[in-house]
Ligand binder design. Structure first.
Ligand code: GDP
Length: 390
């Protein structure tokens, strides 16, 4: 029963209860903020506290992420949205139309010249010019013209003959005997390590991302190493590629030591039993010795943990002779095991495939034929030549 004597006592009890709730709320909020700061590491040093007079909420502030939003783990964020990349098989077939479009004038031009009724000296000169303009290179051009001359003399060029001869000789020039397979299988208890090198802007980071997709499509466990610490956005770019297919990225501080990031990536790859560790590097061509020092160190440091199985040199096909010169410098500072020719969709000078292989004695293993995520294909000489002549 509520007696008049009890009312003040109850009011006291209610006041005590309210104070207790307020104290608990304040303590809880402080605890959350501390815990959050601990979890997130250091607070960003450059953010000064808001001045008291502007502490009122303003328009747009509620667009900020609430402070007590629980931190999501990689599993929470990455897994549900994983993409299923297209398998490597048949990529070049799908991209053949694009290749034919960009390289059509080379193949068709050659075919038209070779199919002429009368193959006089002027026509042979035109064939030579067509090849050299398409960046095939002087020595391979002369070799090809010599072989074509001989075969035409012996076999003639009537009907489909010109096409057959040209196809066979171009394939021979691209050299189908070269081993174009990628060394991306685990070696014993260690992952395969692939180092991507090349001048900035050639498409290195994009190629690492796309190659990760090719490998994930083959059910390989892939880990990325963001050792391009020179270009500010490179690590973010790489991480985004990785997140799309569930491949984690090991990264370090901006401007940090590329070799130590590469080493950390390989070490984590070993611990987590990855199949392949793909490492993006910076391609500053300031001086040859600078490049040699940096790439040499990255490779040496990695080799303390595991073998480097592939060193892929990325070359922008649209840069022609310049690309060749760059390739030469890289080949002098590091042993290149395969070439990646990007942006073949953006040039009619597909002859660079032949020139650069000849120049370095290293096979083109992959080609980039567009800006799409799955526009990287294994290189195949026959399909390449067929696309030229389509
Ligand atoms: P990096 O500095 O060598 O790492 O170069 P990026 O990977 O950032 O690529 C530079 C630009 O080239 C980007 O805009 C890519 O989309 C573009 N790119 C890369 N490969 C290809 C390709 O095969 N075709 C086309 N058209 N663009 C490409």
């Amino acid at each position: 029963m509520l007696t008049p004597q009890l009312v003040p006592q109850l009011a006291d009890a209610a006041l005590i209860a309210i104070i207790a709730v307020v104290v608990v709320l304040i303590a809880g909020t402080a605890g959350l903020v501390v815990a959050r700061n601990r979890r997130g590491g250091e607070l960003p040093a450059a953010t000064p506290p808001a001045p008291i007079e502007t502490a009122e909420p303003t328009v747009g502030e509620d667009a900020e992420e609430p402070r007590d939003t629980p931190t999501r783990t990689l599993e929470d964020t990455a897994l549900p949205e994983l993409e299923k990349p297209e398998s490597a098989q048949g990529r070049l077939v799908r991209l053949r139309a694009r290749l034919a479009r960009s390289q059509g004038s080379l193949g068709k031009g050659l075919l038209a010249l070779l199919s002429r009724d009368k193959l006089d000296e002027e026509t042979w000169e035109d064939i030579e010019t067509t090849l050299i303009t398409a960046d095939v290179g002087v020595a391979p051009t002369q070799e090809l013209v010599e072989r074509l001359r001989t075969r035409v003399r012996v076999e003639g060029v009537g009907g489909e003959k010109a096409r057959t001869i040209l196809r066979e000789e171009l394939i021979a020039l691209v050299d189908p005997s070269m081993d174009r397979s990628l060394n991306v299988d685990r070696q014993g208890d260690k992952p395969a390590v692939v180092l991507m090198v090349g001048v900035n802007g050639t498409g290195k980071t994009t190629t690492v991302g796309r190659l990760a997709r090719v490998l994930v499509a083959e059910d390989k466990k892939v880990l990325l190493g963001a050792a391009d610490t020179f270009r500010a956005a490179a690590a973010d770019q790489l991480q985004t590629w990785g997140e799309r297919v569930g491949a984690p990225t090991v990264r370090g501080p901006e401007g940090g030591d590329p070799a130590s990031i590469a080493f950390d990536a390989v070490k984590r790859g070993i611990e987590e039993q990855a199949d392949v560790v793909l490492i993006d590097t910076a391609g500053r061509l300031h001086t040859k010795t600078g490049l040699m020092d940096e790439l040499g160190k990255v490779k040496r440091v990695i080799e303390k943990a595991a073998e480097v199985d592939e060193v892929l040199l990325v070359i922008d096909a649209t840069t022609g002779q310049n690309g060749l010169t760059q390739a030469r410098v890289f080949a002098e500072v590091i042993t290149v095991t395969g070439l990646v020719l990007t942006k073949l969709d953006g040039t009619a000078k597909g002859g660079i495939v032949i020139a650069v292989q000849r120049e370095l004695g290293v096979p083109v293993k992959l080609v980039g034929l567009g800006e799409g995520a799955d526009d990287l294909a294994p290189f195949d000489p026959e399909q390449f030549v067929d696309a030229l002549l389509d």
